[in-house]
Design a protein around this ligand. Sequence first.
Ligand code: NAD
Ligand code: UDP
Length: 321
Amino acid sequence: MGKEKVLITGAAGFLGSHLCDRFLKEGYEVIGMDNLITGSMDNIAHLMNREDFEFYHHDVTKYVHIPGELKYILHFASPASPIDYLKIPIQTLKVGAHGTHNLLGLAKDKKARILVASTSEVYGDPLVHPQTEEYYGNVNPIGPRGVYDEAKRFMESITMAYHTYHDLETRIIRIFNTYGPRMRLNDGRVLPAFIGQALRGEDLTVFGDGSQTRSFCYVDDLVEGIYRLLLSDYAKPVNIGNPDEITISEFAEEIIKLTGTSQKVIYKDLPQDDPKQRKPDITKAKELLGWTPKVDRVDGLKITYEYFKSLDREKLFQTEH
Ligand code: NAD
Ligand code: UDP
C-alpha cells in the first residue's frame, strides 16, 4: 500500500516548511503548495529531490486540483507579518476567503481532514487577558490590520460552516507569535527585526514605549501542537502558544544580551491598532492534547540566532523580499 498523502499550503514559508519536514518524518507523502509571494524555495530546497515530496507552484485563491487521494490538508498559505499584509492587503483577504473556500471544497471532495492556521490576531487588541478560546476579540475591521484579522475570522467561520453543514472533519488552530529558523530576516516581525539590526550594527527599533507584551513560542513546540490537534477529534479552535509573556522593551534587552551588540534601543511610533498585550491561555491544549511548550526562550533564541548568523551577508542587507 502507498503512503498516505498530506497537502500543505504555504509550504515554502516559515511554518509550512517545518510542517513538511515533520510530516515526511512521520512517513507521509507530502505535497507542498505555494505561490512564493512571501515564502522562499530556500526553505524547502533540501526536500526537492525526495520521492515522497512534490512541490506545486500554485496560488490557492485559484481552483486547486490534486490527483488521487488525500488524507489531510494543512492550510497555512497567507502573508503573516504586519509589513507583508499591509503591502498586499487584497491578496491577504483573498487567501483567507477564496483560498480557504477552495481548500474546504477540496477536503470535501477528497473526504480529507483539514486543519486551518488561524491566529491570536482574531482577538485583536484584547480586552481579556490571557486570551481564552471563548473570548470573541476586539478587532477594528477597517483598521490596517483588519485585512489579516478579518480574513482569519472569516476563515474560522467558513471552516465551522463546512464542519456543521457538510460534516467535514475540520481543525482550527489559533497560533500565537512563533519564532525559529527560516523566518525571513526582513519580514518586519520583531525577532528578525531585532536580530537583523544587531547583526548589521544598527540600533534596535522598539515601537511605542515598549510596554506592549507578546509571548513567543519556539517553532518545534508549535509543530508538535499542530500535529496533536490534527490527530485529535476536536473541531473548535485551540490556542497554541507559549504563555511566557514579555514586554517588547525587555525582549530588546534579551536580544542585546544574546548577540553581544553594543548598539542601543531607539523608540519609534507605535503602529495603529498594535495589540497592547498578548498571552495565550493554553488550558484547552493541555487538557485535550496533553500539550505544553518545552523550549525555553533563551534556548530557542540561541538556535534562531545561530541560523540568522549562518545566512550569507547579501541576505542580511536585503530590504525587499
Ligand atoms: P510565511 O509568510 O513565512 O509563510 C506563508 C506562505 O504562504 C509563504 O510561503 C507564501 O508564499 C504562501 N502564500 C501566501 N499566499 C498564498 C497563496 N495565495 N497561494 C499559495 N501560497 C501562498 O508565514 P508563516 O509565519 O509561516 O505563517 C504561516 C501561516 O501561519 C499563516 O497562515 C499565518 O497566518 C499563520 N500564523 C503564523 C504565526 C507566526 O507567528 N508565524 C502566527 C499566527 C498565525
Ligand atoms: N515591534 C517593534 N520593533 C520592530 C518590530 C516590531 O517594537 O522593529 C513591535 C510591534 O509593534 C509589536 C511587537 O513588536 O508590538 C510584535 O510585533 P510583530 O510584528 O513581531 O508581531 P505582532 O504585532 O503581529 O504580534
